[in-house]
Design a protein around this ligand. Sequence first.
Ligand code: ADP
Length: 490
Amino acid sequence: MPQLPDPDFLASLADTEFIYQNSPSGYLSILPDGTIIRLNRTLLNWLGYQEEEILYQKKFGDVLCKGGAIHYEMFFRPMITVNGNIREFNYEILRKDGTSFPALINGEGVYDKSGNLRAVTLVIMDITQRNLYEKELLKAKEQAKSEKERFENLAETLPEMIWTINSEGQLTYYNQMTLKYFGLTNKTLSTALIFSRIYSSDKIKLLRKWMLKDHEQKEFTVVLRLLNASLSYEWFRVNVIVPEKHTNDMRWFGTCNSINEHIKAMKRKDEFINMASHELKTPVTVLQSYLQLMQLYPVPDPVKEFVDKSLHTLKKFQFLISSLLNVAVINTGELTLNLSVFSLNNLLEFTIDQLRHTTSTHQLILTMEAKQIFVKADMERISQVVTNIVSNAIKYSPAASSVEIKFSFNAETSKAQVRIIDFGVGITPEDMNKIFDRYYRVEIEKNKPGLGLGLYISQNILLAHASRLTVESEIGKGTTFCFSLPEYRQ
Ligand code: ADP
């Protein structure tokens, strides 16, 4: 155990004069009339004077800026006389070179035995840094306030409902449009109330997406129905921006765009397509039968050629009608599959061969990287999917000369995979989310023929097979569509 040091030795270490001179605060003693009679080295350095220039030469008022000097006369002196001390007075201290710095001052009166004020001792703290922090903080607060005001002003001018929700699920902001739509007042609007206004089966859709929020998604969109002030449902596209994890601002920001008119227009289109496709089917079939009958009769060569050409055109027309009929059955949830076991290799070869007759501009390169794979699926509909995607690949790559179709097999998953690769215009990430919607067509490609149904039908056919069409694309480079089917083993 080390020997305890001598108490006198310890006491000798507390050199009060040293502490006084080198303290990070300034010390100053003045007479009741303000004459400076003592100050430490720190303050002397701050002020920039030599000791002889200031001691008994200057009064405290001389080292204060103008406003400070008046304040000293009017408040400081009377306060010391009455209270005996002052606490946290804020002065601007004047240096010899005319510059100044903000300081916080505490003072204590020194009295003689009869209670007369002999002197005042002051502790002076330089608060330049603190003031800077305070100013920055104030600026940041004001900026945040004006950003908030700007956001709220903007939000009030928009036709959408806009709101924010905090991590406890409370509404922290909503615009007037939100109140107006629900026919509510500031007092009654709450997250729970809005939730109660969502169409019951749409609530699950929203909750599913909401629950996924922890899985790194930055935003999500859900289409749902909301009960309005007149108690009827309207369609909305709700877009929610999820806050980044671990940020201070854990608010969910949401907008509700009315898509009621759009949904109504879609319904009108669906109804028209249902009706038109059924009405067209019968006469086209009759026409086809007559033309096929004509092929059996000996007719002059030019007539035979006309009949063949008519039948060929009719085939395209039938494909179109069958697409429309497909949409009708998908919309009503009546898509049924005619399952059989067949070789996917053979189906691909046959379908691609057929498609080769439809293009003189593109070479269709089919690569089989797998043995014969049998699948249990709807042969006609899988062929339809391949036809749709390869036709698109040709249509949306006008400057290219080939489309590649690759067939492979993954032994680990026992799945056969079909990839259709083009070197065309590509699809933007934004459009990639929408191309599988029915009637959706990319704006700049609308000059090309099409109804915006091919991908919708293809996706639904694959979904019915418990599969899914996926897409990867790069603008100007090309697009790859891909789907898989499980191998059928007895
Ligand atoms: P359609 O081709 O009749 O417009 P689809 O449903 O087949 O309808 O496709 C929807 C949209 O997706 C198309 O309008 C097109 O803009 C885009 N698209 C589809 N396939 C491709 C592709 N291979 N390359 C670029 N864009 C494509």
